[in-house]
Write a protein that binds this ligand. Structure first.
Ligand code: COA
Length: 389
């Protein structure tokens, strides 16, 4: 029986800073950020939106009462964990009022872990007819003020409901993983921000993609032309494009290259305006692709997931007839269009307040219709959430 993505949605915080403004403040040519890196805007999260509230806000509109009765596993993928022991999935399970006889866990491997969660969920469902799995990818990408990675920050969460007979995308049995031990990006438990070797991280991403693609093609017999489109992990929109171009070589007809590059541009429209959401970046890109590219039923999408350190995976999904009815394009464009633009000075204030966990509810809770849940207090290390503003 087919298993795959039945519903998916995302939440991005209500504030952003523009790459033009950031470039000017950092004495940099704006084209480096806008063309060289390929970003236009970067989501900025207030203290009151953490990985739990963002995860709930991503999932709240898509889950029906029937879904909540049948979800037997909730997996949160994150590299912005707020606890070494307790899984963020437990709070999310509670806030979403999912039936109690469910398994709740958190997974880690840099930006890759949402894919591990999806593959785990797919296997879990294979002998549980009628059951569902909720995967939440929720992250706050932070490199520090004035750091090399600053223009590749962002924040947001993606919610993915896996089921039998999915209405959006069937997941095929062709996944291939590749692991290599590299120190390109990591965050020791003592550190607030990650340690990054920017150039090595770009090279490691491309090397992982090439090695995995060659092995995937060898094992499955698939060629580039067999796919209607490719979808990449997008820490910044230029990254996936650079990797993709390495396999669009002389063996691929120009008409196919053009079709695939057009689809790639469709797949990064949301990422360009939200920024890096770490574990959710590939799936934000998938939402962007589904909302902006026209598919026929049965057409295949090749997905490349990458997490520094490094683990990557290539797998594919087949589009289900009627998938368009399950998308929320209007909601998403309104959510991004209605955000409040921060000056660089205000963004720096938000950033510092986040580090010090200093709430400013008057400023933070201003008009975000897409936030139904927010973090209202942390006392004795216990987090309290409110569901009404
Ligand atoms: N106009 C257009 N392009 C410009 C430019 C300008 N005025 N100035 C620079 N560029 C281009 C560069 O040529 C480069 O392109 P290339 O990668 O094709 O060579 C690109 O902009 C970035 O320039 P670079 O000098 O590499 O930037 P940087 O040293 O500031 O680092 C990152 C960029 C992405 C490595 C850095 O932001 C980072 O470390 N990010 C976090 C890690 C990450 O996201 N890694 C990705 C893999 S997971």
């Amino acid at each position: 029986m087919a298993i795959g993505i039945d519903k998916l949605d995302f939440y991005a915080p209500n504030f952003f800073v523009s790459m033009d403004d950031l470039a000017v403040a950092r004495d940099t040519d704006p084209n480096k950020f806008k063309i060289g890196i390929g970003q236009s805007k970067m989501a900025v999260n207030p203290v009151s939106q953490d990985i739990i509230s963002m995860g709930v806000n991503a999932a709240q509109d898509i889950l029906s009462e029937d879904d909540k009765e049948n979800i037997d596993m909730v997996v949160v993928a994150t590299e912005s964990g707020i606890d070494h022991s307790k899984a963020a999935a437990i709070e999310i399970h509670d806030l979403l009022q999912i039936q109690p006889f469910a398994r709740c866990i958190e997974m880690k491997e840099a930006c890759y872990s949402a894919t591990a969660a999806i593959q785990l969920g797919k296997d879990f469902l294979s002998n549980r007819p009628g059951k569902k799995v909720l995967v939440i990818a929720s992250d706050i990408a932070r490199y520090g003020l004035n750091s090399g990675g600053e223009p590749t920050q962002g924040a947001g969460a993606i919610a993915i409901l896996l089921s039998h007979n999915p209405r959006i995308m069937e997941l095929n049995d062709d996944s291939l993983s590749y692991t290599t031990n590299v120190y390109d990006f990591w965050r020791p438990t003592s550190e607030r921000y990650p340690v990054v070797d920017g150039k090595l991280s770009k090279d490691a991403y491309i090397e992982s993609f090439n090695t995995a693609w060659n092995e995937y093609a060898k094992r499955t017999g698939h060629e580039v032309k067999d796919f209607e489109s490719f979808c990449f992990h997008v820490p910044f929109t230029k990254m996936g494009e650079k990797a993709f171009k390495t396999i669009l070589n002389e063996n691929v007809e120009d008409s196919i290259k053009n079709r695939l590059m057009e689809a790639y541009q469709d797949s990064v429209l949301l990422n360009r305006d939200v920024g890096n959401v770490y574990t959710g970046s590939l799936y934000l890109s998938l939402i962007s692709l589904l909302e902006n590219h026209e598919f026929n039923a049965g057409e295949k999408v090749c997905l490349f997931s990458y997490g520094s350190g490094a683990v990557c995976e290539i797998f594919s999904g087949s589009i289900v007839s009627g998938y368009e009815a399950e998308l929320n394009k209007e909601k998403h464009s309104d959510m991004l269009d209605s955000r409040e633009q921060l000056s660089v000075e205000e963004y720096e204030t938000f950033f510092t307040r986040f580090d010090n966990q200093e709430f400013d509810f008057e400023r933070e809770l201003k008009g975000d219709p897409y936030s139904k849940v927010y973090l209202s207090n942390i006392e004795d290390h216990i987090r309290t959430y409110k569901t009404e503003q």
